[in-house]
Design a binder for this molecule. Structure first.
Ligand SMILES: O=P(O)(O)OC[C@H]1O[C@H](OP(=O)(O)OP(=O)(O)O)[C@H](O)[C@@H]1O
Ligand SMILES: Nc1ncnc2[nH]cnc12
Length: 181
């Protein structure tokens, strides 16, 4: 990405100290998506990376993964599969419990949302410890999907979430890296 685009995206993300608890610097993408140029460019860059690679499904994690995952899916001609927090999906699901930078949570996807052998990309706003993406990848693997990549707007390299993706042989694509937790 050129330096003007990097500046557009980086400057549009607000950083809030000690949210949601002491010691965490919260990287807030709501200010990025409020900015029409920054939002469009973010979706375009993620889509560009995965276009033409025969991706069948994009999985986005609730809630912020929906914001980027759905438009990327439409842009690359893939279906969109929501990975949801517990109790939100009406049909049979597969389930994973995982740890977060600031707590624990659970994700589910519909059992029939991914067919064996389908090529799948996971999209989220941010990679911190990697717990969310790891749990999402495990859900897709349970359904015998082929996870070919994980794309995020923001990576926090100090938390080493990439190691969890490496362990699953999933390539990480991140647009912005912020130092510090
Ligand atoms: O790499 P990790 O340590 O797993 O952290 C990253 C995850 O944390 C945030 O979601 P959160 O669970 O706060 O939910 P939200 O999208 O509903 O705000 C963020 O949107 C990522 O999904
Ligand atoms: N530091 C952070 N900022 C925003 N979202 C997050 N999810 C996990 N860690 C986060």
């Amino acid at each position: 990405m050129d330096s003007a685009t990097l500046k557009l995206l980086t400057d549009s993300i607000k950083s809030i100290e000690d949210y949601p608890k002491a010691g965490i610097t919260f990287r807030d993408i709501t200010s990025l998506i409020e900015n029409a140029a920054a939002f469009a460019k973010t979706v375009e860059l993620l889509a560009e990376h995965y276009k033409g690679k025969g991706i069948d499904k994009v999985v986005g994690t609730e809630a912020r993964g929906f914001i980027f995952g759905a438009p990327v899916a439409a842009a690359i001609g893939a279906g969109f599969v929501p990975a949801r927090k517990p109790g939100k999906l009406p049909r049979a699901t597969v389930v994973q419990v995982y740890d977060l930078e600031y707590g624990t949570d659970m994700l589910q996807i519909h059992k029939d949302s991914i067919l064996p052998g389908e090529k799948v990309v996971v999209i989220d706003d941010l990679l911190a410890t990697g717990g969310t993406l790891e749990a999402t990848i495990k859900l897709i693997h349970e359904l015998k999907g082929d996870v070919v990549g994980a794309g995020v707007v923001i990576e926090l390299p100090e938390l080493n979430g990439k190691a969890k993706l490496d362990a699953q042989n999933v390539e990480l694509f991140s647009l912005i890296q912020f130092e510090g937790e």
